[in-house]
Structures are given as C-alpha cells and as structure tokens.
Design a protein around this ligand. Structure first.
Ligand SMILES: C[S@@+](CC[C@H](N)C(=O)[O-])C[C@H]1O[C@@H](n2cnc3c(N)ncnc32)[C@H](O)[C@@H]1O
Length: 234
C-alpha cells in the first residue's frame, strides 16, 4: 500500500521490545494500510567498536551507565533529516492528548528511547527538539514510553480507527473525562444499565452522557473541570 501518513522512527537498544506491539491489532493494520510507517532502529548498528558499546561510565563518578552521544547522533542524522526529534525522558514535557494531537500533525517523528541512567546531556542540548515524559515516575527504559506515544499518535491519524466519532467523545478530547459505557447484558448479577441508555431517545441519551461525564470528572479529576471551564471562558 502507498504511504499516506507519517513516518515514525524509533531509536533503541532493544529493538525486539517493539516486535509484538507493532505487529498486533490496530497498529499492524495501520502500517499494512500505509497510514503510518514505523521503523525501529538498533542503536548498536551505529557503534564502531567490536563490542558495539553504546554506553559508558558517567564523568564525575556515580552509579550506572550513561548512553554515549556518538551512536545516537549518527543514527538520528542518518535516518531523521527534517524530522521532529523526541527524546523520551522523565524530565520532559508531560504527555497529554493535546501533545498527541500536535505530534500527529508531524510528517516525520524520531523517538529516542533512553536506557540505564539516561543519555549524555549533549543529546538533549544539541540533537533533540523536544523531551517528553509519560508521567512522574521512572520506567526502566524509554521503550514503553515510546510505545505509549506511538499508540496515542497513531490512533489520531485519519483512517486508523474505524469510527472517527469514537475519538471525539473520549476522555481528555473535550477537556474532561468520558461518560460511563455499558454493553449487553442489560442486567448482570442484578445490576442494571441506566434506563435512559436503552430508551432509544437520542436527545436524552446525549444529555445524560454530558451530565455523567461532568460528574465523573468532578469525582475523579476536578483539576480537569477547572481547566476546561477556564478554556471555555477565555
Ligand atoms: C531509568 S531511566 C533514567 C532516569 C534518569 N536517571 C533520571 O533520574 O531522570 C532510563 C530511560 O527511561 C526512559 N524513561 C524513564 N522514565 C520515563 C518517563 N517517565 N517518561 C519518559 N521516558 C522515561 C528515558 O528514556 C530514560 O533515559
């Protein structure tokens, strides 16, 4: 299939990490249909010594190893001309739906997954356009965060999800959380589905969902409600 969507290049020391996730379900279909091209690069292919060394001890001492700058620069310079280069890093801008939408407009993304104690600071200072964090916690490497970002971006690309409307109402898209969802059976262990949802009255269903979304947000994420009010006003 001809490519109609963006290219996402992932730079990692652990290529196999991505094998299954990129070959399952919607991500696989999206690639098969040419809606996105995802390539995973082994950083060790850009090393030049016998041991394919990609990390070294930190200057100044301390625990752990730091990823060397040379292979990262060489790899990104070879594969990412004109691309928006992202480093997954706990110090980065917090990932959000807004940021996913912004990244989904880029034609070429390079995602660098760090490991060990992280990457040499010169990568951050001189190579990377943006650092992105998936939350205030530390994962073992940037692979899972990179996958998170790929999933968030890919599902926003035209044609990837069967039903575009399903994106519109989702949590965070409208600034608040999504309303509760139910499916068959109508009664399960004595717990029933709200009557309105089976009434067939679309207007009432819509109103119920709006109110329920607001209530869920008030309970679970009141901070979002404040933000969404602010953006509606100003
Ligand atoms: C063990 S972490 C290094 C943490 C680093 N020493 C620090 O304290 O900031 C190794 C790699 O995992 C990735 N990583 C860990 N937590 C992350 C997060 N919250 N968001 C994005 N990437 C993360 C980064 O690529 C990082 O270079």
């Amino acid at each position: 299939m001809p490519l109609t969507g963006p290219t996402i290049d992932v730079v990692t020391l652990f290529r196999d990490f991505f094998k299954s996730p990129l070959n399952e379900s919607l991500l696989k279909k999206a690639q098969d249909k040419g809606l996105v091209k995802i390539r995973v690069h082994d950083l060790r292919d850009w090393t030049h010594d016998r041991h394919k060394t990609a990390d070294d001890k930190p200057f100044g001492g301390g625990a752990g190893m730091v990823m060397k700058p040379e292979p990262i620069f060489e790899c990104v310079e070879a594969i990412g001309k004109g691309a928006w280069v992202v480093l997954l890093d706990p110090q980065g801008e917090p990932m959000s739906q807004k940021l996913a939408r912004h990244l989904a407009k880029k034609q070429h993304l390079v995602l660098i997954a760090g490991h060990y104690e992280g990457v040499d600071q010169r990568v951050k200072d001189r190579l990377v356009d943006q650092e992105i964090s998936v939350g205030d916690f530390i994962t073992m490497g940037g692979e899972a965060p990179a996958l998170c970002l790929i999933e968030a971006v890919a599902r926003l690309l035209p044609g990837v999800l069967g039903n575009a409307a399903s994106v519109e109402h989702e949590s965070f898209e409208s600034g608040i959380l999504e309303y509760p969802q139910y499916t068959r059976p109508r009664e399960f262990r004595g717990w029933t589905v709200p009557e309105i949802l089976v009434s067939g009255d679309h207007k009432k269903v819509k109103a119920w969902r709006e109110a329920a979304a607001e209530q869920v947000t008030r309970q679970k994420r009141p901070d979002l409600l404040k933000l969404s009010r602010k953006s509606r006003i100003g």
